[in-house]
Design a binder for this molecule. Structure first.
Ligand code: HEC
Length: 234
């Protein structure tokens, strides 16, 4: 019996040592796999894109960033903290860890790339992480910021919308330079950008939504403004 216990203990130590080895990541290399995250995440506190800001989440409970209101029910009700082990499972296959998650990401299969990324995240997700990773040369500052949409204030006249009406299957959009352009209704996206860098109140702007020029996005500063400014009139 004694012999058996010793054997189990030895096996346990060997397995643990292997895990430790697998977890040996290089934060410097981890900046590269992190590029897959910047479209959806910022490291700056309070900057939420498709996904929540990752600022300060290391060792913090999952799914609990207060101002982020788009969590899946699975992540919102999760009861664990972000550390090397939980991130390892999440980044290998988010949907296997939290079924039904809204993080549409197929996962990182390569063990070494995942370990490197986690070593990077240990710095990036600590308080002050956005500055630390840039300061330590792990990543350029635009990646720390995440791919935030451009600021919409100060748009030129031909991008400022003065009126917008819907008639039959079309929108007729007039810009501040006096030009009116018709668009097929299916090619127009009406959006709201409530960030401080969004359009000024009362001054919606247009942004091309495709390469062809026959598609367009109109961006309002609030939903109220959208309701008020779009009229049904032929
Ligand atoms: C296509 C957009 C997208 C990409 C790419 C993406 N994420 Fe996410 N991420 C999300 C969304 C959306 C959520 C919220 C998921 C939910 O509520 O189920 C999330 C949640 C998270 C969380 C949990 C946050 C919390 O508050 O608990 C972490 C950690 C995370 N992502 C890390 C990463 C990392 C690291 C990468 C890059 C390898 C990455 N994500 C790539 C969209 C994305």
């Amino acid at each position: 019996m004694k012999h058996c216990t010793a054997w189990i203990l030895t096996a346990f130590v060997v397995v643990s040592a292997n895990n430790a080895l697998a977890a040996e990541g290089d934060a410097k290399r981890g900046g590269k796999p992190y590029r897959a995250c910047v479209a959806c995440h910022s490291l700056k506190p309070g900057v939420h894109l498709t996904g929540p800001s990752l600022a300060g989440l290391w060792r913090h409970p999952a799914g609990k960033v207060k101002e982020f209101v788009r969590y899946s029910s699975g992540l919102k009700s999760a009861d664990f903290r972000w550390d090397a082990d939980t991130l390892n499972a999440w980044l290998a296959d988010p949907n296997a860890m939290v079924p039904g998650t809204y993080m549409i990401f197929r996962g990182i299969e390569n063990d070494q790339a995942r370990s490197d990324l986690i070593a990077f995240l240990e710095i990036a997700m600590a308080p002050g992480g956005a500055k630390a990773v840039v300061h330590q040369g792990l990543m350029p500052s635009e990646h720390a910021r995440g791919q935030q949409p451009e600021s919409l204030s100060g748009a030129p006249e031909n991008a400022q919308v003065s009126s917008i009406r819907h008639c039959a299957d079309s929108y007729f959009i007039t810009t501040a330079d006096g030009r009116q352009t018709p668009y097929w209704e299916m090619n127009v996206r009406l959006k709201v950008d409530s960030r401080s860098t969004g359009p000024a109140p009362g001054q919606p702007v247009v942004a091309g939504a495709g390469m062809m020029g026959d598609r367009i996005s109109v961006i309002f500063s609030s939903l109220d403004e959208l309701k008020q400014l779009v009229e049904d009139k032929c």
